[in-house]
Ligand binder design. Structure first.
Ligand SMILES: [Zn+2]
Ligand SMILES: [Zn+2]
Length: 362
C-alpha cells in the first residue's frame, strides 16, 4: 500500500474523517491511513438496511491486525457512526424495539472489533411528549449498557430540526443524568449542528461562551469526540447541511481556534464534510494540521486561505441565506396573523360585554 497522505506524528490533535468500510470493515483502517487520519469513523454495517450479515472471524482478525499494523488504538481512535434511522426516542413501541435491536447489534459489533466508542443520534420524539420520550431513550441506553461490556455510547448534538432530541445542551444533560453507569456515556459535539441549532461559535468570544455553557450544563468530562463540519446554512437555521471547511457560514477561523483548544486534545476529531472518496479528506486533514501551527488570527496566509475558501462557497451561502430569510419571513407572517386574529377576538369580546352591560343597565 502506498500512502497518499502521511499521518502527522507531531499534531496534538487526532484529526481524521469518516471512512468507507466497503468490501469489509478492515478496509476502513487502510483507507484511514492512506488519508492521513489520526482518528476515523465508519459504519459498522450498511447505513440503509436494518439487518446485515455478521462479521466472519477472519474479518474481525483482519481489522484487529490492521489496527496494530497501522497503529490505531481501537479503544480511543475509532468512532463508528450509528445508523441514522435508529430512534430510541420513538413513541411507537414496535418501531423502537426494531431500533433497539439494530443499536444493540452495532454495540456488539464494536466489542467484537475491540472498539471503545460509538456515536449515536439521540433520535426524535416525533409526536410524543419530550420528557417522557427522553426517559424512554435513557432506559434503552441503560439496557444496552447492561447487555454489553465496555463500549462508550456518545450522544451527538443535533441541528434542531423538528422534535429531535439533543438539539439543546440541556437535552444532553437530562439524558446523561438518567444513565446508571456514567462511565459508559459521553457526548460528541458536531460543529455544524451546534451552529445550526443556534449556538454561535463563529468567533473567539462566541466559541468560548459556548464551551463555558457546555461545561456548566453537560461537563467537559463527558466530551469524547468532535464532528468537524462547516455549515452551509446560517446560524439558527436548524438545517443539517455540512459544508467543507472554510466554505460555509463558520469560516476557517473557527477551525483555527478549534485547532488550538486544549479540551479537544486526545479525542477523535472527525470530518464529515461532503466528499466522495476517502482520499479527498487528505487535504482537509492537512489544512487542520496547518491551522494548528498558526497562532496569529491576522496571519496573512491564513486570511488569504480563508478568502479563497469563502469565495468557493459564496453561491451556496447566498442561496441558503435567502431560503432562511424567506422561511423567517413566513414565520413572522404567521405570527402577526395569529396576533391580529387574537386581537379581533378580544375586540369582539369587548363589544359583546359592552352590549351586555348596556342590557343590564336597562
Ligand atoms: Zn455529525
Ligand atoms: Zn449532520
Amino acid at each position: 500500500m502506498t500512502a497518499k497522505f502521511v499521518r502527522s506524528t507531531v499534531s496534538k490533535y487526532k484529526f481524521g474523517a469518516h471512512m468507507s468500510g466497503a468490501g469489509g470493515v478492515s478496509n476502513s483502517v487502510i483507507n484511514a491511513v492512506s488519508s492521513g487520519c489520526n482518528s476515523f469513523a465508519l459504519f459498522l454495517k450498511s447505513p440503509r438496511k436494518w439487518i446485515s450479515p455478521q462479521y466472519t472471524s477472519e474479518e474481525i482478525q483482519k481489522f484487529k491486525d490492521n489496527c496494530v499494523k497501522y497503529n490505531y488504538n481501537p479503544l480511543t481512535d475509532i468512532l463508528p457512526h450509528g445508523q441514522y434511522f435508529i430512534n430510541l426516542a420513538n413513541p411507537d413501541p414496535e418501531k423502537v424495539e426494531k431500533s433497539f435491536e439494530s443499536f444493540l447489534d452495532d454495540l456488539n459489533r464494536c466489542e467484537q472489533l475491540g472498539i471503545g466508542l460509538y456515536n449515536l443520534h439521540p433520535g426524535s420524539v416525533l409526536k410524543g411528549d419530550h420528557g417522557i420520550q427522553l426517559k424512554q431513550l435513557a432506559s434503552y441506553l441503560n439496557k444496552a449498557i447492561e447487555k454489553t461490556n465496555f463500549v462508550k455510547i456518545l450522544l451527538e448534538n443535533m441541528a434542531g430540526t423538528g422534535n429531535l432530541v439533543g438539539s439543546t445542551l440541556q437535552d444532553l444533560h437530562d439524558v446523561i443524568e438518567m444513565i446508571d453507569d456514567k462511565s459508559r456515556i459521553g457526548v460528541c459535539i458536531d460543529t455544524c449542528h451546534t451552529f445550526a441549532a443556534g449556538y454561535d461559535i463563529s468567533n473567539k468570544e462566541a466559541f468560548d461562551k459556548f464551551w463555558k455553557d457546555f461545561d456548566e450544563i453537560v461537563g467537559f468530562k463527558y466530551l469524547a469526540a468532535i464532528h468537524l463540519n462547516d455549515s452551509k446554512a446560517p446560524l439558527g437555521a436548524n438545517r443539517d447541511l455540512h459544508e467543507r471547511l472554510g466554505q460555509g457560514f463558520l469560516g476557517l477561523e473557527v477551525f483555527r481556534i478549534l485547532a488550538h483548544y486544549d479540551h479537544l486534545r486526545e479525542i477523535p476529531i472527525v470530518l464529515e464534510t461532503p466528499y466522495e472518496k476517502a482520499e479527498d479528506y487528505g487535504p482537509e486533514i492537512d489544512l487542520l494540521e496547518w491551522l494548528e501551527n498558526i497562532d496569529d488570527p491576522t496571519d496573512k496566509e491564513l486570511l488569504e486561505k480563508n478568502e479563497e475558501l469563502q469565495k468557493i462557497g459564496t453561491k451556496s451561502r447566498k442561496e441558503q441565506l435567502s431560503k432562511f430569510e424567506a422561511k423567517e419571513k413566513a414565520k413572522a407572517k404567521i405570527k402577526t396573523t395569529r396576533k391580529r386574529k387574537a386581537e379581533k377576538v378580544e375586540i369582539g369580546m369587548d363589544i359583546t360585554s359592552q352590549l351586555k352591560s348596556k342590557k343590564v343597565k336597562k
